[in-house]
Design a protein around this ligand. Structure first.
Ligand code: PLP
Length: 445
């Protein structure tokens, strides 16, 4: 039997972790997670933590959700996996129908894959296949600064986070970009009251200028999560979408982070009545249990692709994995039955209280939220708006961990994205711990 310290040491011997500074990881004592329940995860020493990031935005209805557990077990008694190349299965067909039911009207065809990046790759490829028919030279995409659409090379090309994407950009095809509509760090110096209009106009005029070259426009509707929890001003999405679709350029909305209720609507694009040409979903689709993603589009698009090229040379070994599909169907059922999305309005009162408390700290600014996502920025010297350095953010993260909350700062931004099933008390506790951790870091910093 391997003991607790062995696991930590063996990890360092055998594993390279994603998005984790290697030398820091070697110095650290890793937290070894052994189980979870609801909003909590528990380590091998018996410490229990509130999961403040929903395990990086995937867990939707809590850990060990009974209906999802049951659905996976039931599927295991039938079959774990067969290929989806040339075969099909009941769960995948019914899930496609259920996804179409929840999506904006008209998105009634589904192409499955197994993570957010691949859902985006497929959208990029299909978008280009459509567009090249009338515009053979149109092979560039348009996206936003600080966009995050995943780590595969197509997704890197449309990505806009300097430190994540620039190392691999020589391997990818870089998109054309407009500034992100970030009201707090406005790159255009716009007046707040008009910002959604003026900011959208900047993107629209760039899109118009390059329209003949564009194979598609890809956006994260209403919330650019990895880019720093940028909450868009209302109206920006619908204005840009209208212009893009008016130019007959395919519009791809990446709802990998925002889908399944996180922003207060089933899909964020529904907040502004936008129906994209391609809708990418992943993460919360299986309740955070198993890797599954989907790219949705219209029947009209399906028929155009049927004509030409007639076959899509893209797919993955685990496409439409039956266990993941069973988890997804149980998640959608529980999400629809459980009043989770309507309850967000009430839970947001807790955010209002958190905002009032945080605003009393001079080092905190840019408090923002959408749906069940809450974020703010840290500026150690309140007089000068210089973003906090990594060591301070790590100190806050460790403080939170020692008090029983898992968070993961994004540069100088702290955020909470709890599972939608979080109780009011748990959400209040998350806010209290976050506040205490920031206070403590400033006392000791
Ligand atoms: C908006 C968005 N798109 C795509 C991805 C990539 O998803 P995955 O990590 O499952 O490949 C992410 C991941 O954070 C995301 O937030």
């Amino acid at each position: 039997m391997t003991d607790k310290t062995d696991i930590a040491n063996l990890d360092k011997k055998w594993i390279l972790h994603p998005f984790t500074p290697i030398a820091e990881w070697e110095q650290d004592t890793p937290v070894v997670i052994v189980r979870g329940e609801g909003s909590r995860i528990v380590d091998d020493r018996g410490n229990s933590y509130l999961d403040g990031t929903s395990s990086l935005w995937v867990n939707l209805l809590g850990h060990r959700q009974p209906e999802i557990d049951r659905a996976i077990r039931k599927q295991l008694d039938r079959i774990a996996h067969t290929t989806f190349l040339g075969l099909t299965h009941e769960g995948a067909v019914l899930l496609a129908e259920e996804l179409a039911h929840h999506a904006p009207k008209g998105l009634d065809r589904v192409f499955y894959s197994d993570n957010g990046s691949t859902a985006v790759e497929i959208a990029l490829k299909l978008s280009w296949l459509l567009r090249r028919k009338d515009h053979p030279g149109a092979s560039r995409f348009f996206s936003l600064d600080r966009a995050y659409h995943g780590d595969t090379l197509g997704a890197v090309g449309v990505g806009g986070i300097e430190r994540f994407h620039s190392p691999f950009l020589p391997l990818a095809k870089e998109s054309l970009k407009a500034p992100a509509p970030d009201c707090f760090r406005c790159p255009l110096g716009l007046i707040r009251e008009r910002c959604s209009i003026d900011c959208a106009d900047v993107a629209i005029s760039a899109i118009r200028q390059h329209a003949p070259d564009l194979a598609g426009v890809i956006l994260e509707p209403r919330l650019q999560a990895a880019g720093g929890m940028i909450v868009w001003p209302e109206g920006y999405l619908s204005r840009v979408a209208e212009a893009v679709q008016g130019l007959e350029i395919p519009l791809i909305l990446d709802e990998v982070a925002t889908g399944f209720g996180r922003t207060g609507a089933f899909f964020a694009c529904q907040l502004e009545n936008v129906t994209p040409d391609f809708l990418c979903v992943g993460k919360g689709l299986t309740g955070g249990y198993l890797p599954l993603a989907a790219t949705l589009f219209s029947d009209h698009t399906y028929h155009r692709l049927r004509e030409d090229p007639g076959i899509i040379y893209h797919g993955h070994s685990y496409t439409a994995n039956p266990l993941a599909v069973a988890a997804a169907r149980a998640t959608l059922r529980a999400l629809s039955d459980g009043e989770y999305i309507p309850a967000i309005v009430r839970k947001r009162n807790i955010f209002s209280r958190m905002e009032r408390q945080l605003k009393a700290l001079p080092q905190i600014d840019n408090v923002r939220s959408i749906g069940l996502v809450f974020a703010f920025d840290i500026f150690p010297d309140p007089g000068r708006k210089i973003p906090a350095e990594r060591n301070l953010m790590t100190l806050i993260e460790k403080q939170a961990q020692s008090r029983g909350l898992i968070i993961r700062p994004l540069r100088n931004t702290l955020y909470l994205i709890p599972p939608l099933s979080v109780s009011d008390n748990e959400l209040s506790d998350m806010g209290d711990i976050l506040l205490a951790s920031v206070r403590k870091a400033f006392r000791s910093g």
